[in-house]
Design a binder for this molecule. Structure first.
Ligand SMILES: [Zn+2]
Ligand SMILES: [Zn+2]
Length: 244
């Protein structure tokens, strides 16, 4: 009881010295809440909803859920991919604040937002959660793996299932940002390696990353996991780039 009283006063004091602000528009908030957004910014969160591709999760503007052209041609190897949000509006800004600014209050808000999404609610319970790995050089530069922090923040109930050693990135690829689909595909080709196939064999895997762009990274990871004997690979990303 004493500890919780203390933490109450500590929080009240923190709010007084550092009053809570909306992460997006910086408007003052009456209380510290999750997500740390005002009503206007909270209402503008671009959640992805139906209709979308039953396989890769690509959203459609009208109609019913169906397979997209790429999935009809079996472009992707993963069983399913879903994203909580569209990478639009202020989402790129918030993701960058967390990823490059090491802003952990943004991480907890983004994780909370992810748990409110349809994609999250429809996830099956996985045997293992694998965050897309960074090459060790990139990890040293950044100091953390954003996919691992997201997995830990979004799935605290499955914390013990998170495995960031099973899959490694043994090739340091160049940043994908300015590459087209074909270049992205060849850039990540052969970049990953299943270090411990026993860990993934006959397991249902949930692969987690921050952003799904062309799906090349998720696909390359899936290729490795499935050839190492994984039963199923489901991909969950916080956001997805949607080309119109
Ligand atoms: Zn706001
Ligand atoms: Zn598709």
């Amino acid at each position: 009881v004493r500890k919780s009283t203390l933490s109450f006063w500590f929080e009240a004091l923190t709010d007084l010295i550092f009053p809570p602000y909306c992460l997006n528009c910086k408007r003052r908030l009456p209380v510290r809440q999750l997500p740390l957004l005002c009503n206007d910014c909270g209402n503008a969160i671009p959640y992805i909803t139906s209709p979308y591709c039953l396989c890769c999760g690509k959203p459609f503007s009208t109609g019913k859920d169906h397979l997209c052209g790429a999935c009809l041609n079996d472009v992707f190897l993963f069983n399913r991919a879903r994203s909580a949000l569209s990478y639009s509006g202020r989402i790129p800004f918030l993701i960058c604040a967390f990823k490059y600014g090491r802003d952990l209050s943004t991480l907890s808000s983004l994780a909370f937002i992810a748990t409110q999404s349809r994609a999250y609610k429809e996830l099956k319970t996985p045997d293992i959660i694998i965050p897309v790995p960074l090459h060790k050089k990139r990890l040293q530069q950044r100091g953390f793996n954003q996919a691992l922090l997201l997995a830990q923040a979004i799935f605290p109930q499955w914390k013990k299932r998170i495995d960031y050693h099973a899959l490694v990135r043994h090739q340091n690829t160049i940043a994908q940002t300015n590459l087209n689909h074909a270049q992205r595909k060849s850039n990540v080709s052969g970049a990953f390696l299943v270090k411990n196939p026993k860990m993934v064999e006959s397991r249902r895997i949930l692969l987690v990353d921050d952003v799904f762009t062309t799906g090349s990274t998720a696909n390359e990871c899936s290729k490795n996991l499935l050839s190492a004997g994984a039963t199923e690979v489901e991909v969950f990303t916080l956001a997805r780039v949607i080309k119109i």
